[in-house]
Design a protein around this ligand. Structure first.
Ligand code: CTP
Ligand code: MG
Ligand code: K
Length: 196
């Protein structure tokens, strides 16, 4: 195989593995969410809901917990091998992670926490923006619906690890397709009302 194709494949596999806490946080919010909305039904002075009924307490809390749990498992399984590639001795918090947190499990929980909470908060920010532009809950905004949680996860993760630009690009591209694919499955399973 062409070596450049091979390295893109390796990077793609790693991109999915790296983002797993965010993907599973997002998927578990969708699967197990519902109930009391995070904005408690309140509206802003534009007359629209702050976030809407699609952002719930249950989904938010379960999403963050699942992100941490996935990070813990990843850290325990592969902390040294994989995540050390990213935890580069850079000034700031990255140094703190590498220098003071020596346990792979704790590093994994921390990375899972930032990826998982970044994902659900990014998703909520997407809903906030949609409401301000008068888009009803559940109506599509292509690319933002697919990428709000990805951007949130990457921004939060950047607080603790250095993420190379090449990895960011591959994560963005893969996430659009993964998100569409899983939403179609969720639609076929009756978890979502629309396929997108
Ligand atoms: N969900 C949740 N809590 C969250 C995020 C998602 O309960 N923090 C659940 C909701 O049941 C939501 C579903 O996952 O309807 C799908 O999430 P998403 O597509 O982001 O929300 P939409 O319903 O499409 O609403 P919006 O227009 O605000 O994106
Ligand atoms: Mg949506
Ligand atoms: K969304």
């Amino acid at each position: 195989m062409d070596p450049s194709i091979f390295s893109v494949l390796i990077l793609s596999a790693y991109a999915i593995y790296f983002m797993l806490p965010a993907y599973l946080a997002n998927a578990s919010a969708l699967t197990f969410g519902g109930g009391t909305p995070l904005d408690l039904g309140r509206s802003m002075n534009d007359g629209r809901r702050i976030l809407g009924d699609g952002v719930t307490w249950k989904g938010t809390i379960i999403g963050i917990l699942i992100g941490m749990a996935v990070g813990l498992v990843q850290g325990a399984i592969s902390g040294n091998i994989v995540h050390d590639l990213l935890i580069i001795g850079d000034p700031g918090i990255a140094n703190l992670v590498q220098g003071t947190i020596t346990s792979n499990a704790v590093q994994g929980i921390l990375l899972g926490l930032v990826l998982g909470s970044g994902a659900v908060i990014g998703d909520a920010c997407g809903s906030f923006i949609k409401r301000r532009f008068k888009v009803e809950r559940g109506r599509p905004v292509p690319l933002m619906d697919q990428l709000d949680f990805v951007v949130g996860a990457l921004v939060f993760a950047s607080l603790v690890v250095m993420i190379p630009l090449s990895l960011i690009i591959i994560i963005v591209v893969i996430s659009v397709f993964l998100h569409l694919g899983t939403n179609i499955i969720a639609y076929l399973l009756g978890l979502k009302n629309v396929w997108y």
